[in-house]
Write a protein that binds this ligand. Sequence first.
Ligand SMILES: O=P(O)(O)OC[C@H]1O[C@H](OP(=O)(O)OP(=O)(O)O)[C@H](O)[C@@H]1O
Ligand code: HPA
Length: 179
Amino acid sequence: MKNDMKEILLTEEQIQQKIKELGQAITKEYEGRFPLVVGVLKGALPFMADLIKAVDTHLEIDFMDVSSYGKSTVSSGEVKIVKDLDTKVEGRDVLIVEDIIDSGLTLSYLIELFKYRKAKSVKVVTLLDKPEGRKVDLVPDMTGFVVPDEFVVGYGLDFAERYRNLPYVGILKPEVYEG
Ligand SMILES: O=P(O)(O)OC[C@H]1O[C@H](OP(=O)(O)OP(=O)(O)O)[C@H](O)[C@@H]1O
Ligand code: HPA
């Protein structure tokens, strides 16, 4: 799989170190508040799994599956709920966990949805932020790394469902998705 990479952007060690720091920041922010931590499937799965272990205060987890990319590297712009939460968000401090914010369409949809459902607060932690991809104004509350405007894969991020199981993040060679 490494042969499909133009460049390794973030090593496993860099990712894990950053997750420790984010975990400490979340612990400080939510101490004594029992937040509802919402992982956005499927991409956020590895990040969510590592992140919650780095948080040292009580929290509840739930998952939402939304999709807007299909087999393309460009967002369709239409966010579809594939699986909704099992938990009521009314009155809860919600922390959304994302692997990447690119156009911002997925997150702006989720933030509005949770506000409509009367969450007490809605915040976002993302491992990766690609600000150059933005189509809507959105700044995450906590960010691991800012990445360039290229299609990245690994550590949850896929191309056509592949590469999610890489422990690192890399830039895919264009010939892999163009070919
Ligand atoms: O800011 P955006 O342009 O909306 O892109 C970010 C979203 O795109 C990816 O999900 P995708 O819809 O590909 O589903 P997946 O997590 O199952 O891969 C990623 O996991 C984010 O949820
Ligand atoms: O760069 C990306 N890689 C994988 N999935 C994505 N979803 C939005 N942007 C990306």
